[in-house]
Ligand binder design. Structure first.
Ligand code: FAD
Ligand code: NAP
Length: 309
């Protein structure tokens, strides 16, 4: 029986593990399907994590976390959790992708969020062949070439700036004429000579052939279509929360979620089910920041420690 199972090894899960084990819990496992670090490891730069004065990549930021967070006995199991459910005896059952199961007295769900698809024609067919959601991973394929970016939030604008360092031109396509990103980022984008704004427009279609994308058709509000002959488009249109592990056989969720599927928690990161906590991007009103996810993980772990006294 685990004292605590943590699902997900991003900033929230790692920090939860640090605080739980340092708080005295002995049998704590963090299930992470990939390498620990979370989605920020895909980011080309982060400059708002307190205490880190330099602009660093997400990978650089997260590199020391696993060692520090595991120093007090947190165990990492590289496994995908398919479901968290409740047993008749009142414990939590953790089911893994291979069918293995574990029992836990407490669970903190920290499965974060993943990039949303925009829904234009060709998006799925060309995904990985010119359509990408990760500039750090795929930007270099377009060195000295033109690319398109779709979206008007922090991610789209920051990644457009990153791509402008590598590519000859970046067409930033946004469905409105104002952005929802941080004002300083908007200023940088507007003053970057390599970024061309395509405003009040959406992507209608991405076309290409067996070798990948050849172009993007963008349509403005009057129905005018422009044909951008680019080999790549980066889609940054928001995030979906990864709440799949909470789905039960009958389609219901183990705990209360809102209309967007975000887990409803109180200030202690407690869900509607005793012993079940949610931390980081998956929770309601998450500011979707590394510092907040880490803070949530600490708060949830301290609640579990208090429950176990
Ligand atoms: P995540 O980081 O999403 O981690 C969740 C983890 O759970 C993942 O590692 C995933 O593999 C794992 N997981 C999911 N499902 C399962 C499962 N079923 N079984 C096992 N493991 C599972 N924030 C900032 O503060 N500053 C920035 O500058 C910034 N820039 C960003 C740039 C980009 C491109 C992106 C995508 C995000 C950025 N963010 C930034 C947001 C920040 O990355 C997130 O808010 C933060 O990572 C959320 O942490 P989390 O631990 O809640 O979830
Ligand atoms: P976001 O803030 O939700 O922005 C999504 C953008 O995509 C919006 O501009 C939206 O347009 C547009 N969009 C949505 N659906 C679309 C569609 N189908 N077709 C075309 N455009 C579409 O998402 P995000 O930029 O990924 O940011 C997610 C969270 O992480 C935010 O809270 C953000 O602040 C945070 N984040 C922070 C940092 C940082 O602090 N430096 C960096 C990255 C992310 P509208 O504007 O018209 O709605």
């Amino acid at each position: 029986m685990l004292d605590l199972a943590i699902i997900g090894g991003g900033p929230a899960g790692l920090t939860a593990g640090l605080y739980a084990t340092r708080g005295g819990l002995k049998n704590v496992v963090m299930y992470e399907k990939g390498l620990p670090g979370g989605q920020i490891t895909q980011s080309s730069e982060i400059e708002n994590y307190p205490g880190i004065k330099e602009v660093v990549t997400g990978m650089e930021l997260m590199e020391p976390w696993p060692e520090q967070c595991m120093r007090f006995g947190l165990k990492h199991e590289m496994a995908e959790v398919t479901r968290v459910s409740k047993t008749a005896a009142g414990f939590f059952k953790i089911t893994l992708a291979g069918g293995d199961e574990a029992l836990a007295e407490n669970v903190i769900v920290c499965t974060g969020s993943t990039p949303r698809r925009a829904g234009f024609k060709g998006e799925d067919a060309f995904f990985g062949k010119g359509v990408s959601t990760c500039a750090t991973c795929d930007g270099f394929f377009y060195k000295d070439r033109e690319v398109a970016v779709l979206g008007g939030g922090d991610t789209a604008l920051e990644e457009a700036l990153y791509l402008a360092n590598i590519c000859s031109r970046v067409y930033l396509i946004h469905r409105r004429d104002s952005f929802r990103a941080a004002p300083s980022t908007i200023e940088k984008v507007k003053s970057n000579p390599k970024i061309e704004l395509v405003l009040n427009s959406t992507v209608k279609e991405v076309y290409g052939d067996a070798s990948g994308v050849n172009g993007v058709l963008a349509e403005d509000k009057e129905g005018n279509v422009i044909d951008l002959k680019v080999p790549g488009i980066f889609v940054f249109v928001g995030m979906n929360v990864n709440n799949g592990v909470l789905k039960q056989d009958d389609g219901s969720f183990l705990c209360d979620v809102n209309a967007q599927g975000e887990v409803i928690v109180d200030l202690g990161m407690r869900t509607s089910v005793e012993g079940l906590f949610a931390a980081g991007d998956i929770r309601i009103e998450a500011p979707k920041q590394v510092v907040c996810a880490a803070g949530d993980g600490a708060v949830a772990a301290l609640q579990v420690v208090a429950r176990s006294l």
